[in-house]
Design a protein around this ligand. Structure first.
Ligand code: ZN
Ligand code: ZN
Length: 482
C-alpha cells in the first residue's frame, strides 16, 4: 500500500513539474537559510518532498558515548533520556560502551575488562555500579530502546583483560604477573575464572599470529576454555549479553586476535556486528571482512575524508580506495569516534570546520553511517545533522554515479529507484561558489537543495539538464521539490 502511494506521488510530481510556473532564480526574499527539517525551504512556493515517507534507508547508528563520560554512574540514565529524540530523528541502533566491570572501577570506560559477567552488580574494584550505571539501569535503557525499535549494540573487548590477582607464571620463567581471575581476584561473578594458561605465552604457543598487545594479559582464544566462556557455552558471555537484551556487537581492537573468532562468535549468537580494525588501508579492511564475515568500520573512508578536507584540501582523495566502495553492505562509515576525538594528532581527527562536509559525504553515499554523540549534541551541528540523517533515510538510494571529481569539487548522484528520486551531492571546497551543468533524470522538474545551503529553485529542461550550484566551502544536496 505504502509503496503504491509513493509511486503515484512521484509520477504526479513529474507531471506537475512539466506544467509548473518557471521560477526565477534568486529566491523570493526569504533570505535566511533554513536547515531545520521541520521548517523546510520553500523558495518560490516549491517545497521538499516528505522525506519520512520515502524510506531510502532504515536508519543510522549512534555511538552513544565519548571518552570519560560524566557524571559517573549516570550515563545509562542520560542515554535513556535521549532515546525518544533519537528515534524521531532516524536512529535505529545505539552502540554502548563495554558493559562489564573494568579494573579502574568507577573510572573505567570499559576497555580494561576484569569480570565479564559484572554489568554493575558486584562490589569489586571499588564500586558496584560501572562508570555508566547499574545493571538495572542498563536493563531499563535496553527495554526503552526496544520499545522505540532501536537496537542496542554491546562493545566487546575480548583481546585482553585487566585487574586480576598476581600469580607466578611458569610460562614466563616464574615471573609474577596479574593473570589470576577468581571470586577473590577481580572476578566476583565466579564465571570465567582465569589463570596464567589462558593468556600468552602458554602451553600452546607464545602469541597470537597478530601483533602483541597487553603482553601479560593477552587472552588466548586458542584455549578451548576461553572460547567456551566467551561464546560457545549456553551460559557464555555472548549468550549472557544476548539474554540480557543486547542485539549486536562492536568488536574492539580486532587486530589483536584472529578474525575467525569474530566469525565463530557471530555464528553462535547472531545479530548485527561491526569490527574495529584500526587501519586506513581499504584492502586490509576488505581482507578482514572476508575472513571474519563481519562488517567493519570504514577507517579507509574516514582517513580519505580527513586527507581530502583537512590535510590536503583536495577532493580527489575521495576517489581512492575505501571499504564502502568494495563492500558497501559491510562498511560502517563514520567521521569521528571516542578515540579520534581525543587524539592530539590532527591527522587522526576531522576538524569541526569540516565535520558537516564529512557527514554530508557519509550520509549521501552507501555504507551504514554511524553518528558520533558529541557531534549530534553539538549545537552548531545538531539541526544540520538531523537534516542530513533525514536526507539519508529519505533520498540516499540507488546506484552511485560520480559526475565530477576535482581538487575543489566532488559531485555524486544517487540514481534513486522507480519510487524514489535519489539526490545529487555537490561538495565544493573552493573559496568561491561554483556551479556545474548536469543531465539529471529529472525532466522538466524543479529542484531544491535539501541541505538548505542554497535557497533557490532550479528548473530542469526536457532532457533533465540544469546547472547545479554549491556555495563556497560548503555543499548542496539537490533533489526534486514539489
Ligand atoms: Zn593464543
Ligand atoms: Zn584532521
Amino acid at each position: 500500500m505504502l509503496l503504491k502511494s509513493k509511486k503515484i506521488n512521484f509520477v504526479w510530481l513529474c507531471c506537475l513539474a512539466i506544467f509548473a510556473f518557471s521560477c526565477s532564480e534568486g529566491g523570493d526574499g526569504d533570505s535566511s537559510p533554513q536547515n531545520d527539517q521541520e521548517s523546510p525551504n520553500t523558495p518560490g512556493g516549491v517545497s521538499r518532498l516528505n522525506l519520512s515517507q520515502l524510506n531510502a534507508n532504515d536508519g543510522v547508528m549512534m555511538q552513544a558515548f565519548y571518552w570519560d563520560v560524566e557524571p559517573k554512574g549516570e550515563w545509562y540514565n542520560i542515554i535513556s533520556s535521549k532515546i525518544e529524540d533519537w528515534k524521531s530523528n532516524g536512529i535505529n541502533r545505539i552502540w554502548l560502551p563495554p558493559p562489564s566491570k573494568g579494573q579502574s572501577g568507577f573510572n573505567s570506560m570499559g576497555y580494561d575488562p576484569s569480570d565479564y559477567f559484572d554489568l554493575g552488580e558486584f562490589e569489586q574494584h571499588g564500586t558496584i555500579e560501572t562508570r555508566f550505571g547499574s545493571k538495572a539501569e542498563l536493563k531499563s535503557l535496553i527495554d526503552l530502546s526496544h520499545q522505540n525499535n532501536i537496537e542496542v549494540i554491546a562493545d566487546i573487548v575480548m583481546g585482553h583483560n585487566s585487574g586480576g590477582g598476581k600469580q607466578e607464571n611458569p610460562f614466563r620463567g616464574g615471573e609474577e604477573v596479574y593473570t589470576l581471575f577468581n571470586e577473590m581476584n577481580g572476578n566476583a561473578s565466579g564465571k570465567f575464572n582465569r589463570t596464567n594458561e589462558h593468556f600468552h605465552p602458554n602451553d600452546i604457543h607464545d602469541n597470537d599470529e597478530e601483533a602483541l598487545f597487553f603482553a601479560e594479559t593477552d587472552l588466548c582464544h586458542d584455549q578451548p576454555y576461553v572460547r567456551e566462556w566467551l561464546w560457545e557455552r549456553n551460559d557464555s558471555f555472548a549468550e549472557f549479553l544476548k539474554d540480557f537484551g543486547f542485539d549486536g556487537w562492536r568488536f574492539d581492537y580486532v587486530k589483536s586476535f584472529n578474525p575467525k573468532y569474530v566469525k565463530a562468535w557471530n555464528d553462535k549468537v547472531g545479530g548485527f556486528s561491526v569490527g574495529e580494525n584500526f587501519d586506513g588501508n581499504g584492502q586490509v579492511l576488505k581482507k578482514w571482512v572476508e575472513d571474519s564475515g563481519s562488517p567493519a568500520f570504514d577507517f579507509a573512508c574516514f582517513y580519505k575524508l580527513d586527507e581530502a578536507l583537512d590535510r590536503h584540501q583536495d577532493l580527489t582523495f575521495l576517489d581512492r580506495d575505501m571499504l564502502r566502495k568494495i563492500y558497501p553492505e559491510q562498511a560502517v562509515t563514520f567521521t569521528a569516534n571516542h578515540d579520534t576525538e581525543k587524539d592530539e594528532n590532527p591527522n587522526n581527527r576531522i576538524s569541526l570546520a569540516n565535520k558537516l562536509l564529512a557527514y554530508a559525504y557519509i550520509l549521501t553515499h552507501d555504507g551504514y553511517p554511524c553518528i558520533f554523540i558529541s557531534d549530534y549534541d553539538n549545537t552548531v551541528l545538531n539541526k544540520k545533522l538531523q537534516n542530513l540523517i533525514a536526507i539519508y533515510n529519505g533520498l540516499a538510494t540507488g546506484a552511485i554515479k560520480t559526475l565530477k571529481v576535482s581538487e575543489k569539487e566532488y559531485i555524486m548522484q544517487r540514481e534513486g529507484t522507480t519510487t524514489n528520486p535519489g539526490l545529487i551531492l555537490y561538495m565544493n571546497i573552493d573559496r568561491r561558489a561554483n556551479s556545474f551543468e548536469v543531465t539529471s533524470k529529472w525532466k522538466n522538474a524543479q529542484l531544491l537543495d535539501y541541505s538548505g545551503n542554497v535557497n533557490e529553485v532550479l528548473n530542469t529542461d526536457a532532457n533533465g539538464v540544469t546547472t547545479i550550484k554549491a556555495p563556497a566551502n560548503s555543499f548542496a544536496i539537490w533533489s526534486l521539490g514539489e
